[in-house]
Design a binder for this molecule. Sequence first.
Ligand code: ATP
Ligand code: MG
Length: 444
Amino acid sequence: MQIQLPEKVGKIIKCLTDAGFEAYAVGGCVRDTLLGRTPGDWDITTSAKPYQVKELFRRTIDTGIEHGTVTVMLDKEGFEVTTYRIDGEYEDARHPKNVVYTASLLEDLKRRDFTINAMAYNETEGLIDAFDGIGDLKKGIIRCVGNPMHRFGEDALRMLRAVRFAAQLGFSIEEETRQAILELAPNLSKISAERIQVELVKLLTSAHPEEMRTVYDTGISKVILPEFDAMMKEEQHNPHHCYTVGEHTIHALCNVEADKILRLTMLFHDIAKPACKTVDEKGICHYYGHPAKGAEMAKKIFRRLKFDCDTMEQVCRLITWHDDNPPLKEAAVRRAIHRVGKEQYPGLFAVKRADILAQSDYHREEKLSYVDNYEKMYEDIIAKKQCLTLKELAVTGKDLIEAGMKPGKQIGDTLNRLLELVLEEPDKNTKEYLMSYTLKNLFI
Ligand code: ATP
Ligand code: MG
């Protein structure tokens, strides 16, 4: 089996081996190359201790030196070089108490999570595959290195990683590994929000976000995202729908491109439906107010999972307005763009289409053609560079102050009034007109 190593990776390995150490490309990069996928990054494992790695290369960064990882910089590119290690005893399903270096590659490979992630390669030794990672790559299965109960007992995050790799690679989880997840999923409660967030986002932005079903079936979501379980259990008796809220959500995820903001929006767009449900006298379910309430619930989830503010805000806006359907008149569309926020477009259209395609086919053509027309009007408005925000208004707070208005609330109120006027009639966005309008009508 031959792998074409990138030139710089080959160089680093050669430099280490010339100095008498062992060194291999390892983990994800070997797996991805064997699958014909482009690896995200190339990790190197070596028998050299971190201080020895640092002596051999001119520029290094102590990225994770306490775990044996040094980043070697070649030109502007960084490569993580990690010393062979055995993880010491694990404390509470999370962190090894200490890291112990070892002289044995095999020991290092043994501590890795899955067989497909436990292969190493260099040009002289070829592929080192002690756990039949190749066999599992061919079969398309995710299998623990060693006993799954033991391995998930050491680090509970591996259970979510198993589903994440299944989603990225289109693999299934080997039966014994899956059984162990069913049993040990509650241990995920001990894992930090940051680590869960990383894996969840990788799963959601993968080729198979429908693996959220496995997250639910194995009991993982019950621990990390109980709101998702509530959706999976929520039947929707309504002509627009043919699935539970959860199944609708999964279909919606699959109908939108693999973008972090869009996938998170689809995941949470109907999160408040279980909480907002009412049933009318005909037995039809309604979910009044679920978009706004959904944004509120999503915000709580984002905080709990320690997401950054920017992601949270973008997604929450899209959730708030996912069901907003302005009449298709120019002024109404301009007002919609203003209330939703210009930055949320054209994403909002992708959200709307994904949502519709995950509903029953009742009125589907009309719903889709509405979105098409909405989008056309949006594009037309943008092409005409019409004013849609305070920033684009021909008059600023400074202009008002110069004209004698007192700094304070009146300034903001006046600007908003002027924006309303301009959203209605875009031709009026000139300084001359707006100032004279203000002097006539808005000065107190
Ligand atoms: P990606 O493409 O997402 O980077 P990857 O396989 O490189 O995939 P990483 O999370 O970057 O995944 O981890 C690098 C390697 O380290 C893995 O391939 C695996 O061998 C090992 N590894 C990472 N996390 C764990 C863990 N929690 N338990 C055991 N081994 C792990
Ligand atoms: Mg990696």
